[in-house]
Design a protein around this ligand. Structure first.
Ligand SMILES: [Zn+2]
Length: 359
């Protein structure tokens, strides 16, 4: 109800004359003009702005009631030190529960300067980039759990931020729920199920390089949601499938397999920097791209790599050609995404926007 009162005030102030930017629920897709820009506009424009404000008030009220609703599973924390000062609004939003293996978003929105944000989740701390949107300071963190290594149960999300120079700390529980992913039986060449001993050194070297790449935590957020699907081919294997190879239970599948004929161009899912490009025993020709704030995407089984380590890529740039190198039953792309070193479900990230990952 606090929000409603403040928004009513925003509406009244608009009628009276120039006002500061309205408090809006931050949504990346929205393209509302700022009231500051419109303040001196003719009457009909003011009316349009007024209508926009009313719609936004309704949206905000709806958003608040959603945040209050346990059914929606959204947790939000709002603080307003003075109802007359709209710039004081601070909102921390994140889901109250997530399925094991699924990525989620934490969003901080502030009318005042937001600095030194630190989000800690399951012993990893990310310092998310703070940007400005419509006069508000906004910080987004992409977090998640790994179907293989993370434990279901209640975990604590810790957020620390300097809001207008004042340190604020939050400790919120997030329930990680077990999800039963389907079983998948595959038949492969035996040497690809159990590697011959002569390959163990190479496999250890591959693992070490991958582990280091996945620890990358660069300061600038380059990702936006949804991510670009790297190729249009149909899904042949989903994230989380419990794999049985030649009758032996193996680790769950921690990526998304997309059908792609050998030679099909494979595109970068977002802007970033190539941090690893090599030929690995299991993954074959692979490329790893850092998108900032602990988000790394990867592309396996390529017939050819088209980028080198250190190269900057744009969303949609071709990083390689599809193939069947490494442990593959046929030509396809294995697309993976890690957040702070945890492999999460890429399908969710290519099909959801930020707002959907807050619920
Ligand atoms: Zn795969």
């Amino acid at each position: 109800m606090r929000f409603i009162a403040m928004l009513m005030l925003a509406g009244m102030m608009l009628m009276a004359g120039p006002v500061a930017a309205p408090w809006l629920p931050v949504g990346e897709a929205a393209a509302a003009a700022s009231v500051e820009e419109q303040a001196g506009a003719p009457a009909e424009v003011q009316t349009e702005v007024q209508a926009t404000i009313q719609e936004e008030m309704q949206a905000a009220v709806q958003a608040e009631s959603q945040a209050d609703s346990q059914a929606e599973g959204v947790a939000a924390d709002a603080l307003a030190t003075a109802a007359t000062d709209l710039d004081e609004v601070f909102v921390l939003a994140h889901p109250a529960e997530v399925d094991l293996g699924q990525p989620f978003v934490v969003r901080l929105t502030s009318g005042r300067a937001l600095k030194d944000v630190r989000v800690t989740w399951m012993d990893k701390t990310v310092r998310p980039w703070v940007g400005e949107w419509n006069g508000k300071h906004v910080s987004l963190a992409l977090l998640g759990t790994d179907v293989l290594y993370s434990k279901p149960g209640v975990h604590h999300l810790q957020v620390r931020a300097l809001v207008n120079g004042v340190e604020r700390n939050f400790d919120h529980p997030v329930a990680v729920k077990k999800r039963q992913y389907p079983e998948q039986h595959l038949t492969l060449e035996q040497k690809m199920v159990t590697a011959p001993p002569k390959e163990s050194e190479r496999i250890a070297r591959d693992r070490k390089a991958v582990r280091a790449a996945l620890q990358t935590m660069s300061p600038e957020r380059q990702w936006n949601l949804p991510l670009l699907r790297p190729t249009t081919g149909k899904v042949t294997s989903l994230y989380g499938y419990r794999r049985v190879l030649n009758g032996q239970p193996k680790n769950p599948h921690r990526g998304l397999d997309l059908r792609a004929a050998t030679g099909t161009p494979i595109k970068a899912c977002e802007n970033g920097v190539v941090i690893l490009a090599d030929d690995h025993y299991y993954a074959g020709n692979s490329v790893y791209i850092d998108h900032g704030n602990g988000v790394v995407s990867m592309y396996f089984h390529l017939s050819e790599r088209k980028v080198t380590v250190g190269q900057t890529v744009k969303r949609g740039d071709v990083v390689g050609l599809a193939g069947a190198t490494g442990r593959a039953t046929g030509p396809h792309l294995h697309f993976g995404v890690a957040v702070q070193g945890r492999m999460v479900d890429p399908q969710t990230l290519v099909s959801s926007n930020v707002d959907q990952l807050l619920q």
